[in-house]
Write a protein that binds this ligand. Structure first.
Ligand SMILES: [Zn+2]
Length: 69
């Protein structure tokens, strides 16, 4: 049972890593992406906040918001 639990943890971690989700303003973001939906940079967003994968955000040419660490 222990082995199964460990394997489950590993697959859970790797799938989280593979599909890092970020938040952008509007369907393609303004110019930045955000790591949290409650980011200060998103509070000025007048569009809907959209959740996309990190690789998608990078495909849009977005960079990490200046408010993030
Ligand atoms: Zn941000």
């Amino acid at each position: 049972m222990k082995t199964i639990a460990i394997l489950y943890c590993i697959s859970l971690l790797s799938s989280t890593f593979m599909t890092t989700q970020v938040y952008i303003c509007g369907p393609k973001g303004a110019k930045k992406y955000h790591l949290t939906a409650s980011c200060r940079g998103l509070s000025s967003c007048k569009d809907a906040t959209v959740k996309v994968s990190l690789s998608q955000a990078e495909n849009f040419g977005l960079s990490l918001c200046g408010w993030e660490d």
